[in-house]
Structures are given as C-alpha cells and as structure tokens.
Design a protein around this ligand. Structure first.
Ligand code: KG4
Ligand code: ZN
Length: 413
C-alpha cells in the first residue's frame, strides 16, 4: 500500500496532506489525512488505567505524557508512511478549548515543525473539529448542518455554516453529558481500565433487562422546559438517588441503574435538541433533508444515537453517524479540519514565515457566535420524553393546544 518516498511526494503534490495533532485532554493523538479522504496514518495513546486509579484526569500527568510521547509519535507516523515533514501541506493543532498545560505541548511541537520545515500552521478549535470530521465520513455533507456535540468537557448544539463559521444555539450551564456519565460510571464501580467510564456504563446498561430505563423514580431531574443543558443538575439528582438507595440499604442493580442513567441523559439531551431544531426550522436556517451530526466521545453511545435519531426524524433531518473511533478524541479530526480550512481558504491559517515562537492556547472559547438567548424557553410541540427510548415505537409529540386540553381535562375531574 505504501509507495516509495519520491513517488509518494510527487503523488501528493496536488493533494493536501495535513498532520493533525491533538493534546487537549488525556489522548496524545496524531494523524496524517489527505484531501482525497485518506487516513495515511493514525496513532492514539492514553493511560486509562492510571487515570482510573486517580479517579479522573490529572492535568500534570497528561501534560507529562504528551511531552514524552508526542514528538516520537509524530516521527513514527511520518516514518511509517515514508514522508518527510516538508512533504506535508500543513500542520494542524488543537489550540482551544482544553487543558492549557496539555494543549501547550501540542502547540509547541506544531510550531517547531512549521518553522523548521516551512509549512503553514493551522490552529484548530477542538469542538469544531469534532463537528467537521463528519464531512470526512460523509462526502456529500452540505453546509449548513447541525452539530450536536457531546464530549467529556462540552455539550452543545451548533449550526455549522463553514469550517470557520459556527453559531452556538444551545450550550451547557454547567457540566457535560460525558462528565455526568463518567462520574456515575465510577460511582457504580464499573471497570473503566480499558473503556471510558461512559462506554463502561453503556455496556452495563445493555445487560439490563427490558424496561430498566424506567425502573427508577428519580427526583429533581431538569424539566423538559429550558434552553440550556444542565448536566451538573442531572448528575446531582442521579447521584442523590444512588446515595439514597445506598443509605436505605436498598439493593442496587448496577446494570439497571446504568440503563436508567442512560435514559435520563437521553431525555435531557433530546429535549434541548428538540427546542433548538424547532427554533432553527422556524427561522428557516434548516429544512427537510438538512443533516445533523452527533459527535464527540458520548456520540459513540449507540443508545443515545438511537434516541437522537428519533428526534431527527421528527424534524425531517438526515441523521449522520460517525464510527466510534472518530467520536472520541483523535488526530484525524484535527488533520481533517486543517484540510477543510485549507480548501475553504481560512484566514486563520498562519504562513510559516509568520509563525511566532509561541501561541496562546485557551481553556475556553465558544464555538462561534452565541445565539442561545434567541431560542424560546418553551417549544410549540412537546416530546413525551419516555417515548425517546430507543425502540421501534415512534416518538410521541403533543402540541401546546393538546397539552392545555389534557391539563383542562384533569382539572375537570
Ligand atoms: O470527545 P472526547 O473523547 O473528549 C473530550 O473532548 O472530552 O469525549 C470523552 C467522553 C468521556 O466522558 C467518555 O466517558 C465519553 O466521551 N464516552 C462515552 C462513550 N464513549 C466515550 N459516553 C457514553 N457512551 C460511550 N460509549
Ligand atoms: Zn473531544
């Protein structure tokens, strides 16, 4: 499959081959992708067993991992496809949002490569990259599309108009879907040494008997009204329920509890997604056939994907799936964002002559213009939230009028 160095260099001259570097959290990830949609090489390293022992991400430790492993990994990638760094069209790197101390390691390596080998440097927004990888998997994807991004650090809905033009439609007040599932996965003592805790929770939930998703009455979960995600509130009510069961000596069926957690996560996700889609279709930004991509680590969860797909069907949107390996953090999404930004002539690309000796990285940066205040708090149509469960039954939806009449009936009795 590999060609000789000179042949290879000649063949890619008219293509873009971009090196992607991802170090925003605990994964040290590197990939080289081309504009004709090939992943030439991909490497990802993390130390999940140590982080599991420590109970979560330790910034100093992951920065140390990037410092030790990143540069040899880049060398190994280039060597394995018999390329020189100078053969690359550009080097793309995550610069925001993420752990500052971790991002700095990737950026420092990217700056050195850019200056030494005289290739442009492309600073990439990590969450945008999660969304943009969808056009690698789905070549016919058209702008604008909707991105539901659910990861360990973020939960948001964005409208994507180009590689550089995102609009933030729904954001999270506090917490994220991934963090909520991680915390509960750890509290349930699931084996997280190989998988992300969220993935371990999904496996446990899959073992639960039918109907387990509705097995618990959980007090205090965020209502279906509202325009922002609040996964911190959801996490507190789920943990509260767990503690209550523990203190009362009630036996806890871990698999059943995991299924209920997954379902509650889906309800919260889908209620806000529905509100944002209703808003975007009312203003004419999306219509029948517009694509929606679900991306970020939590999008690897097939139960949640099934629920989101139901909401897409309600809005006549085309739901796009990504392979799980491209949902969790990876180098391909950074390299591919670089390709898209080259193709779309992004003004963010820095020519090698202008690359400074250091670049700012940011723990936080919104994905784009914040439009969250424009989304109405109440939707015109309400989803009956238990019907989002991933089965063959259709989503049950009621209009405001139907709702009012139902409440009226209850009062008449
Ligand atoms: O995108 P990602 O790799 O890193 C961040 O940018 O944060 O997302 C990691 C998150 C973790 O919270 C992890 O538990 C969650 O994605 N995750 C899952 C699954 N696989 C990973 N959550 C639910 N189900 C999964 N199968
Ligand atoms: Zn991520």
């Amino acid at each position: 499959m590999l060609r000789s160095c000179s042949n290879y260099a000649t063949s890619i001259r008219h293509l873009h081959a971009v090196l992607g570097i991802e170090t925003s959290c605990d994964d040290t990830a590197v990939s080289i992708v081309t504009s004709d949609r090939r992943i030439l090489v991909s490497r990802r390293v993390n130390d999940r067993p140590t982080l599991t022992k420590l109970g979560g991400i330790c910034p100093g430790l992951v920065a140390q991992q990037h410092r030790t492993l990143l540069r040899p990994l880049i060398e190994e990638c280039l060597h394995s496809v018999r390329m020189r760094a100078a053969d690359l069209s550009a080097v793309a790197v995550s610069t925001r949002p993420g752990l500052v101390i971790a991002l700095k390691e990737g950026v420092s390596a990217a700056i050195d490569i850019s200056r030494l080998h005289r290739i442009p440097l492309i600073p990439v927004h990590h969450m945008r990259a999660h969304a943009l990888i969808s056009s690698f998997c789905h070549p016919d994807l058209q702008y604008p599309f909707v991105a539901l991004l659910v990861s360990g650090g973020h939960s948001l809905v964005a409208l994507v108009r180009s590689a550089d033009h995102f609009e933030l439609i729904v954001d999270s007040v506090a917490g994220s879907a991934g963090e909520c599932m991680d915390k509960i996965g750890r509290e349930l003592d699931l084996d997280c040494s190989v998988d992300h805790p969220g993935a371990a929770l999904e496996k446990a939930a899959a073992r639960a008997p039918l109907g387990s998703h509705l097995s618990l009455q959980i007090a205090g979960v965020p209502s279906s009204n509202g325009v922002s995600f609040h996964f911190a509130a959801l996490k507190s009510s789920l943990l509260g329920q767990l503690n209550k069961m523990r203190t009362s000596g009630e036996s806890i069926d871990v698999d059943q509890f995991a299924a209920a957690v997954q379902h509650q996560t889906a309800r919260h996700l889908c209620s806000r997604l529905h509100a944002s889609l209703e808003f975007l279709s009312d203003e004419g930004s999306i219509g029948e056939g517009t694509s929606l991509v679900m991306a970020g680590g939590v999008a690897a969860n097939s139960y949640l994907r099934g629920c989101v797909e139901k909401v897409c069907r309600l809005h006549s949107l085309r739901f796009l799936r990504l392979p799980p390996s491209l949902c969790t953090d990876n180098g391909e999404m950074i390299g591919w964002s670089g390709v898209k930004m080259v193709e779309e002539k992004s003004p963010s690309i820095i020519p090698w002559e202008s690359v400074p000796s250091s670049l700012y990285v940011h723990a936080k940066e919104e994905i784009g213009r914040n439009r969250t205040g424009e989304v109405p708090v109440k939707t015109r149509r309400k989803i009956a939230s238990s019907s989002i469960h991933n089965d063959h039954n259709p989503l049950v939806v009621r209009s405001k009028a139907e709702y009012r009449s139902k409440v009226g009936l209850l009062f008449d009795h």
